[in-house]
Design a protein around this ligand. Structure first.
Ligand SMILES: CC(=O)SCCNC(=O)CCNC(=O)[C@H](O)C(C)(C)COP(=O)(O)OP(=O)(O)OC[C@H]1O[C@@H](n2cnc3c(N)ncnc32)[C@H](O)[C@@H]1OP(=O)(O)O
Ligand SMILES: O=CC(=O)O
Ligand SMILES: [Mg+2]
Length: 725
């Protein structure tokens, strides 16, 4: 049981109360009395509407379910008219342009990768912030981006064959991104600075310049012997690092030891789907790390390879500019926080009725308060140069919910005495009612919006849940080529461009969910740029480094210019429901689909519920490690729930599949000393029961979300296993 402090109309868990009073409020310029009085008023004023909006979601879903049951002979026109009648499809607003100002260049101008990280993991969070700059050689050497054929395997010792391939790749990158006049970087034997220009000595003895001298921005070290050469292409920087004494530099004719890439331009510090935060203790961990990031003093100490490692945030990077002046670049990624959506409540604070406070309201107030430390320049490093606090708001359904977020942000600004629209919003376009009404949604936040992003994972979950009664969903892998998904992705870009996002805000694309398949990512993820996105999500610093290469290959500004005139209405495509009209799957295909979903569900849930890990790599049925979070869980659990509901499988088959897959997952986790096997006692395994509930009660879950069950089961496990251990 939490120990609560009464303050105004709130009961605040003492651990959170202490954190806010002694860590977050000092130096914020807001005194305790003012803060708690204002927070209490916000809770009182906003809770009823938050709950009303959730009730509207339920009403709409009930009507849609009923419509499908009554209209087995589906006709598109009557479906669309029905959706208009119930307000699911909103009348489209007139044209407008967003006006968001004080937006940092990393968002408004620079195109590049966006990293996401669970903020409660300090080790990873610092790593993510530092992933603004990352080694290309390491990213290539350590992943399948470079083939290991022909003796190029990455073993425990350095493999020079692989090393050669890495260097060749990197030289090709240099030739492509900063070409020399009639020569290749492969011929370079020395980089030097002469008369404020980059000069490159070749093996022939000749000295050449860059084809475009403007790409040279600065250097470190001496002019004749620089240790770093800073270049810029398509708005992204990279450094040729030179050290003739380094084990790699020594073997390189020009002494090049690495290429340091500007990689994760922006990072989302996630309080949402990659995090397990079910009570005050968990929320304090989330908020404390965010505070450390905003003040620049977050540290992490951990053991790696039998050594104790301490990690801190990187300083800025300084160079001598070509004219001899000083150039400083941020050493860290520009950070957003992703708050939770409107759905969940949390027992960290209780309201005047003794009910849990809506977690989204709590996140808005607390993460903004913490963000003030960077505005006030209290800490060691500043996140923003322009004076904004960046908050991503996920899982909103339709424009009224976005308007609600906007008003909440207004009130938080008033409480914290911030200028209007200091709090910026990133709108995740990840629920069907938002995709269909995106322009209206953007309009509601047009003075503070800094990104829209296709969160296709949640979006797929919502697609299935919304049309649960329409029929049996196509197989999970087929979703990628479905009509609704293509329409949704295109619509997001064209709506962003036609609302004036270019040069002001990000149009983002979704997560690469196969963290170990970097070669595949290199082939595919350039598609996001071709589609007009100026950022896209990556799961790790390594993926950020490799995805950065795409932004050197293609100038997104040009793509956006080409797309600017397109103003197509994709709503009819988005409304195509991905049901299999005439299911003819074989018994093997059905079992394969169930096995795959069940394995993903169990593999993720067991770590979430019993170990508090909100994001993990879980192998799928083909042994491909997948990034699993609450959104991917939403897909797998809704898919199983749909097939169960539509009679594609029986309850017994689903149960047998879950039990069999629990054994597989137990086996996969056999090396983990903290792991409690599920198959040892299905009935008493909290994780197994949670997974079962997600499937068997999936139909009844609000919008198919997984949070209500996960949170309840995690709280249960915390009590149960704390007693046992
Ligand atoms: C639908 C959505 O909402 S998507 C958004 C939510 N998803 C995410 O945020 C995904 C974030 N990614 C992750 O959490 C992790 O990459 C996982 C769980 C997928 C894989 O983690 P692991 O199995 O530990 O990865 P792996 O062993 O390959 O790499 C670990 C190393 O990479 C680093 N790393 C991995 N992912 C990240 C990350 N996102 N940010 C920073 N560092 C990271 C770790 O710090 C660690 O390095 P260290 O030992 O120097 O500290
Ligand atoms: O949040 C991202 C998603 O794909 O869902
Ligand atoms: Mg999502």
């Amino acid at each position: 049981m939490e120990n609560y402090i009464n303050i105004h109309d709130l009961k605040v868990a003492s651990v959170l109360y202490e954190f806010i009073n002694s860590e977050a409020l000092p130096e914020s310029g807001i005194d305790q009395e003012e803060f708690w009085a204002g927070f209490s008023e916000i809770v009182r004023d906003f809770t009823p509407r938050n709950k009303e909006l959730l009730a509207i979601r339920e009403e709409i879903q009930t009507k849609i379910n009923a419509w499908h049951l009554e209209n087995k002979e589906f006709t598109f026109d009557s479906y669309k008219s029905f959706l208009e009648e119930i307000g699911y499809l909103e009348p489209v607003t007139e044209d407008f342009n967003i006006t968001s100002d004080r937006v940092d260049d990393e968002i408004a101008v620079q195109a590049g990768p966006q990293l996401v990280v669970p903020v409660n993991n300090d080790r990873y969070a610092i790593n993510a912030a530092n992933a603004r700059w990352s080694s290309l050689y390491d990213a290539l050497y350590g992943t399948d981006a470079i083939s290991d054929e022909g003796g190029a395997e990455a073993g425990s010792e350095y493999n020079p064959v692989r090393g050669e391939r890495v260097i060749e790749f990197a030289r090709n990158f240099l030739d492509q991104s900063a070409p020399l006049k009639a020569a290749s970087h492969k011929e370079a034997v020395q980089y030097l600075v002469k008369d404020g220009k980059l000069a490159v000595k070749l093996s022939s003895g000749e000295e050449v310049a860059l084809e475009d001298g403007e790409k040279f921005l600065g250097y470190q070290g001496e002019q004749e012997n620089p240790s770093a050469v800073l270049l810029k292409n398509n708005g992204l920087h990279f450094e040729i690092q030179i050290d003739r004494n380094h084990p790699i530099g020594k073997t390189d004719d020009a002494g090049v030891k690495d290429i340091l890439m500007e990689a994760a331009i922006t990072t989302i510090m996630d309080c949402e789907d990659s995090v397990t935060a079910v009570d005050a203790e968990d929320k304090v961990l989330v908020y404390r790390n965010w505070l450390g990031l905003m003040r620049g003093d977050l540290t992490a100490t951990f053991s790696k390879n039998n050594k104790t490692v301490s990690r801190t945030l990187n300083p800025d990077r300084s160079y001598t500019s070509p004219d001899g002046g000083e150039l400083t670049l941020s050493g860290r990624s520009l950070l957003f926080t992703r708050n939770v959506g409107h759905l969940m409540s949390n027992n960290a604070i209780l309201d005047e009725n003794g009910e849990e406070v809506q977690e989204g309201i709590m996140d808005a107030v607390v993460t903004s308060l913490i963000g003030m430390h960077t505005l006030l320049r209290n800490g060691k490093y500043q996140n923003t140069k322009k004076g904004s606090i960046y908050i991503v708001k996920p899982k909103m359904h339709g424009s009224k919910e976005v308007a609600f977020a906007n008003e909440l942000f207004d009130r938080v600004e008033d409480l914290l005495r911030l200028n209007r629209n200091t709090l910026k919003i990133g709108v995740m376009d990840e629920e069907r009612r938002t995709s269909l009404n995106l322009k209206n949604c953007i309009r509601e936040v047009k003075d503070r919006v800094v990104f829209i992003n296709t969160g296709f994972l949640d979006r797929t979950g919502d697609e299935m849940h919304t049309s649960m009664e329409a029929g049996a969903m196509i197989r999970k892998n087929e979703m990628k080529s479905s009509t609704w998904l293509a329409g949704y992705e295109k619509s997001n870009v064209t709506t962003g461009l036609s609302s004036g996002f270019k040069g002001r805000a990000q149009i983002g694309k979704g997560m690469w969910a196969m963290p170990d398949m970097m070669n595949e990512m290199m082939q595919q993820k350039i598609g996001h740029l071709k589609a007009g996105a100026n950022t896209a999500w990556v799961p790790s610093p390594t993926a950020a480094t490799l995805h950065a290469l795409h932004y050197h290959q293609l100038n997104v500004t040009t793509v956006q210019d080409e797309l600017a005139s397109q103003n197509v209405d994709y709503r009819d495509d988005i409304l195509q429901i991905p049901v299999e009209k005439n299911p003819q799957w074989t018994a093997e295909e059905i079992q394969e689909e169930l096995d795959n979903n069940a394995q993903g569900i169990l593999g993720y849930v067991v770590r979430w519920v019993e170990q508090g890990i909100g994001c993990s790599k879980v192998p799928d049925i083909s042994n491909v490690e997948l990034m699993e979070d609450r959104a991917t869980l939403r897909i797998s659990s809704q898919h199983m729930a749909n097939w169960l509901h539509q009679g594609i499988c029986t309850k017994e088959q689903a149960e047998e599949t879950l039990q069999r897959m629990a054994k597989v997952v137990d086996e996969q986790n056999a090396g983990d000393p903290n792991y409690l096997p599920m198959a040892a006692d299905y009935e008493n395994s909290v994780a197994f029961q949670a997974a079962k509930e997600l499937v068997f009660e999936g139909y009844a879950q609000p919008s198919g979300y997984t949070e209500p069950i996960l949170h309840r089961r995690r709280l249960e496990a915390k009590v149960k296993y704390a007693i046992k251990q």
